[in-house]
Design a protein around this ligand. Structure first.
Ligand code: VGL
Ligand code: ZN
Length: 204
């Protein structure tokens, strides 16, 4: 039987208002994720989980400007304000989020490489193991929601589609960082890869 998994991406304090890398309206993703969680019994949470000296942090690059890009061995890398440091309050899930999930995937824990996607690190090669887990659970369809639409949700959706899953993004259950038009570009890129973008109300 075709099983669906709900993947709730990075609904953590640092991506919510008041957090280190706050996404506008990030806290609105909480009630949306909870409403979806009530519909899908198989749920996976992801958690951005960086060491304090992570390479993606702007303060690891003296003189660099936040949100600028550098060339990493695996491609372009945006330099972020320090966020989601392992064990910190900012890395914790928002207190309102339903956390009764089957699996929590932590990512971004290797100092030298960032990891936006729930499936692969930013080299697009090093797996998190999620795809094998989902296959073994008989999952063929994914519904994605959370933060941020134009980074971790987008990379997860693209990788999910690349791995052969049928992927739907619950668009109104996501919020975007939107760096230089990245939200609209992300929507186009996801559509181009065969990802469905739908309002929550149309997803069953
Ligand atoms: C994210 C930037 C850096 C995300 C994580 O969850 O979208 N964005 N780390
Ligand atoms: Zn991060």
């Amino acid at each position: 039987m075709a099983e669906t998994a709900l993947i709730i991406i990075d609904v953590q304090n640092d991506f919510c208002p008041g957090g280190a890398l706050a996404v506008a309206g990030g806290d609105e993703a909480v009630s949306a994720a909870n409403a979806l969680a009530a519909r899908f019994p198989l749920r996976v949470l992801t958690q951005d989980w960086h060491p304090a000296d992570h390479f993606s942090f702007v303060d690891a690059h003296p003189g660099a400007i936040p949100f600028s890009e550098i060339e990493a061995p695996y491609g372009r890398q945006t330099l972020w304000p320090r966020h989601c440091v392992q064990g910190s309050h900012g890395a914790a899930f928002h207190y309102g989020l339903r956390q009764d999930a089957d699996l929590i995937i932590r990512k971004g824990f290797r100092r030298e490489i960032d990891s936006y996607s729930a499936f692969f690190e930013n080299d697009r090669k090093t797996p998190t193991g999620l795809s094998g887990y989902l296959r073994e659970r008989g999952v063929s369809r994914l519904v994605l929601c959370g933060l941020a639409l134009d980074f971790c949700v987008k990379f997860s959706a693209l990788d999910g589609a690349r791995m052969g899953f049928d992927v739907t993004v619950a668009e109104d259950a996501c919020r975007a960082i939107d760096l230089n038009g990245s939200a609209e570009a992300a929507r186009a890129e996801m559509r181009g890869a065969g990802v469905r973008l739908k309002p929550m109300a149309e997803i069953s």
